[in-house]
Design a protein around this ligand. Structure first.
Ligand SMILES: NC(=O)c1ccc[n+]([C@@H]2O[C@H](COP(=O)([O-])OP(=O)(O)OC[C@H]3O[C@@H](n4cnc5c(N)ncnc54)[C@H](O)[C@@H]3O)[C@@H](O)[C@H]2O)c1
Length: 264
């Protein structure tokens, strides 16, 4: 789809999406390009990043490991070298526990692996992008993909994941405060359950899937396009104020009803 028409929402703007090789990150990259943004599609899986970028007019595939600060800086530099500027960042790179287990059973390495990608990786990506945005001297937008598990709803067997995502929630708020003076707006998008490769295994058993959606008021999980639409909004001029958005998808359990945005 062409991306240089004046009337497109993000005409002339440039973004970087981490975790763009799959799931939510890929859908976000596609939605941004469809709305006129040129996008660096970064992922630790080089082939997956290339696959995302291949069909998009105005996308660059980047191999990036969010755990490595040099790699984060290089991804930002590659995006700017290709497209000339950086206006937006979406951090969708993330990992889940290899195996669900009771909280006292995780070993240190597994806990650290999750925090390293989900929390430290998010910070390193955001820091690299913010430094470039501040150097440019104009506004920037960031959407950090958190999780319902890091906001209101602990889930059994994934303590390192929920801990890391709780960190992303407060990281996003901290970054929004610290960088507001530079007109860099940071929001955390905290999905409930979304159909992606990360969650596919838990949907394989129809009985388990029914048990899961029984607790979701809408009676289904979310699709990646629904998360991408929210990211587009949060990066758009319509979202002119940091929102600190709580989870945007139906949550598990009747006590976890939808709450609207909370303004900063
Ligand atoms: N799917 C859900 O139900 C759900 C719910 C809440 C939050 N999330 C979050 O959304 C984000 C995207 O998840 P998804 O469901 O699309 O998963 P996914 O597995 O489909 O995509 C994650 C991507 O991140 C990449 N990645 C992993 N480690 C990386 C690293 N070190 N550096 C760069 N890239 C790396 C993977 O290669 C993959 O392409 C994650 O942060 C996840 O925690 C997902």
């Amino acid at each position: 789809m062409p991306n240089d028409q004046e009337n497109e929402m993000f005409a002339g703007r440039v973004g970087l999406v981490t975790g763009a090789g799959s799931g939510i990150g890929r859908a976000v990259a596609e939605a941004l390009v469809e709305n006129g943004m040129r996008v660096g599609c970064a992922d630790i899986d080089a082939a997956a990043a290339a696959e995302t970028a291949r069909n998009l007019d105005g996308a660059l595939a980047i191999t990036m490991d969010v755990r490595d600060q040099g790699s984060c800086e290089a991804a930002v530099e590659a995006t700017i070298a290709e497209f000339g500027r950086l206006d937006a960042l979406v951090t969708a790179a993330g990992v889940q526990v290899r195996e669900k287990m009771r909280a006292d059973e995780f070993d240190r390495d597994e806990f650290a692996r999750i925090v390293d990608v989900n929390l430290i990786g998010t910070y390193l990506s955001a820091r690299a992008a913010a430094r470039a945005m501040i150097a440019q001297g104009w506004s920037g937008r960031m959407v950090l993909i958190g999780s319902i598990g890091g906001q209101t709803t602990p889930m059994f067997g994934i303590a390192p994941y929920t801990a890391s995502k709780g960190g992303v929630t407060m990281l996003g708020r901290s970054l929004a405060y610290d960088w507001a003076q530079h007109d860099i707006r940071v929001n955390v998008l905290a999905p409930g359950v979304v159909r992606t490769p990360m969650t596919a295994a838990s949907f394989a058993d129809p009985e388990k899937y029914r048990g899961l959606v029984d607790h979701i008021p809408m009676g289904r999980v979310a699709e990646v396009g629904e998360m991408a639409g929210v990211a587009v909004f949060l990066l758009s001029d319509a979202a002119g104020w940091p929102l600190f958005a709580p989870p945007l998808t139906p949550k598990r359990g009747p006590r976890h009803c939808f709450r609207p945005f909370q303004s900063a």
